[in-house]
Design a protein around this ligand. Structure first.
Ligand code: GDP
Ligand code: MG
Length: 281
């Protein structure tokens, strides 16, 4: 019986002993993910032309308007006739993002600002991090290659302290807790448990917990608690082009601190319940 050199895994023998070489099986190319970009905007008409000019090709662009009193919506529609405009149902950047995320139809959701500080030209780096295995791609101004022209000394110091606190309490390694440039696979949206439907609470400032600038901390803590694969992506934060920030370093810093306190016991309680459940089995 003739022998066949089995040098190729796809080589098979026929009944006559002749080797038939099957064509190599090529792996299916990964389908391109659909990328949605969410832009919360409050009176950013003058900044949108700069931001949209730097936007790479994306599949879906969603502007979440916070009740702007300038031409934000008209300018957005004029610049990008394909844009989807969502009106948020409560107040604050966090609520804007929750409403924008809920409206996304893509596989990947990227969040950028409308004031020119986050560079849309960096979107491909975030998408690449996700395609290479991350569940949550978190922008960082403090990784090699990142930086900021916008951050004040006070905000830098506060951010560093808050990042340290979170890393100690939650066992994370965040270098930039309070930065709003992130991207994640849409399938993980429920991990963040955001409320995009409840009406504004009467009597208060119209915000539920998570509706303010504490949203970034909330996303980071819940991503960590759900044990998502988190990758930090170096990012350069530019100066806001026109207008002034809506953030107040003191009051919003305290909201971030309260977010850390509120999220921490929840994680610990859940963990101890799981341990207790396991030990009774
Ligand atoms: N829709 C909406 N967008 C907001 C609100 N507050 C802030 N933003 C947007 O969120 C982004 C970041 O806000 P900004 O005031 O620049 O805060 P900073 O970058 O932390 O200083 C900008 O695009 C703002 O227009 C809000 O209440 N509603
Ligand atoms: Mg800003």
């Amino acid at each position: 019986m003739p022998t066949v050199d089995r040098v190729h895994p796809t080589e098979t023998e026929t009944g006559t002993g002749q080797a038939v070489v099957e064509p190599p099986v090529r792996p299916e190319p990964e389908p391109e993910p659909i990328v949605s970009v969410v832009v919360p905007a409050l009176n950013e008409a003058r900044n949108l032309p700069h931001v949209f000019a730097r936007l790479p090709q994306v599949d879906e662009l969603i502007l979440v308007d916070g009740g702007s009193t300038d031409d934000t919506v008209a300018v957005a529609r004029q610049l990008r006739p394909d844009i989807r405009v969502v009106t948020q149902n409560r107040r604050g950047k966090g609520n804007a993002l929750a409403c924008g995320f809920a409206a996304c139809t893509g596989d990947i959701i990227v969040m950028i600002d409308a004031d020119g500080s986050t560079d849309p030209g960096e979107i491909p780096s975030f998408v690449a991090a996700l395609r290479e295995g991350a569940d949550f791609a978190k922008g960082s101004r403090f990784r090699a290659g990142g930086g900021s022209a916008d951050i004040t000394r006070l905000r830098r110091a506060g951010n560093r302290m808050l990042s340290l606190l979170v890393n100690v309490l939650f066992g994370t390694r965040y270098s930039d807790l309070c930065y709003g440039y992130n991207a994640f696979w849409a399938c993980h949206l429920e991990v963040f448990d955001l409320d995009s439907t409840s009406p504004a609470p009467p009597g208060a400032d119209g915000r539920l917990w998570g509706d303010g600038f504490e949203i970034e901390t909330l996303l980071n803590l819940r991503a960590a608690r759900a044990r998502l694969a988190i990758e930090e992506v170096p990012s350069f934060e530019h100066d806001r082009i026109h207008g002034v920030s809506n953030l107040n370093a003191f009051t919003d810093g305290i909201r971030v601190l309260r977010t850390i306190a509120r999220e921490w016991p929840r994680g610990r309680r859940r963990a101890s319940r799981q341990v207790a459940g396991r030990s009774t089995r």
